[in-house]
Design a protein around this ligand. Structure first.
Ligand code: ZN
Length: 236
């Protein structure tokens, strides 16, 4: 595995040498970058081509990563349950010629062409629901936060799978939210967003941090506990 720094992020890629005449870059479904290059092209030339296409590569990797299965190691079979925004739904998978979803009170029914498709369809559905909620929740929380505090950067929100964290915030204002939060209730998701927004002003979890957090999210202690109770932490 090779590694290259593309400015915004470091990317690992596997290099395959081949007899083909051109250099190709692909990003597979898992977000892994594969570079195929003719034998005679030297490393520095390969890296130059990768750098030239870095925006495309980063965009693709992020897109694939956010489409990754939201709840890993799940097959999503009938009778299992899925958690969506703090509620438990029983899952029903039915074979049908046209793909659609029916939402019941405590049941979600997926009509799929092929039962093997269910896993991907449920993941896709949860992913879309999450993206939709995140889009307006982040805007709402940001507005509340900016009413009280002036922040040094306009944050950019991204959905990114992380092994042990619900959210993270980088120095340049990129706030990552874990797609596993789809199982959490909306108020707990808000808490995570406020927590990360607070990191724009305070790096550490010191008294100042919690004072700021409390001012925008008064129930933060309760919500943190609730989040831990209602979500299962990562199996990865
Ligand atoms: Zn934190």
């Amino acid at each position: 595995m090779e590694s290259i720094d593309l400015g915004k992020r470091k990317v690992n890629y596997s290099l395959k040498r081949s007899k083909r005449k051109t250099l190709g870059i692909t990003v597979n479904a898992k977000g892994q970058v594969i570079v195929t290059a003719p034998d005679y092209i030297p490393m520095d030339k390969i890296e130059e081509v990768i750098q030239k296409r870095k925006n495309w590569i980063i965009e693709k990797v992020q897109e694939k990563e956010s489409n990754l299965q939201i709840q890993p190691k799940r097959k999503f079979l009938s009778g299992e349950s899925v958690y969506l925004f703090g509620r438990q739904y029983y899952l029903k998978v039915i074979k049908s010629n046209d793909y659609h979803i029916e939402m019941g009170h405590n049941r979600i029914t997926f009509y799929v062409r092929d039962l093997d498709e269910a896993e991907a369809k449920v993941s896709e559905y949860l992913g879309n629901e999450f993206r939709e909620l995140i889009a307006y929740k982040t805007a709402e929380c940001l507005e509340v936060f900016r009413d009280r505090y002036s922040i040094p950067v306009v944050p950019e929100f991204k959905i990114r799978k992380m092994a042990k964290r619900w959210g993270s915030c980088t120095k340049d204002g990129v706030i990552n939210l874990n797609p596993m939060l789809v199982a959490a209730s909306a108020e707990c998701i808000e808490y995570v967003i406020f927590h990360e927004l607070t990191h724009l002003l305070h790096d550490d979890h010191d008294d100042e941090f919690f004072r700021t957090l409390k001012s925008v999210c008064p129930k933060y202690k309760y919500l943190k506990e609730k989040l831990e109770k209602e979500t299962v932490l990562f199996e990865e």
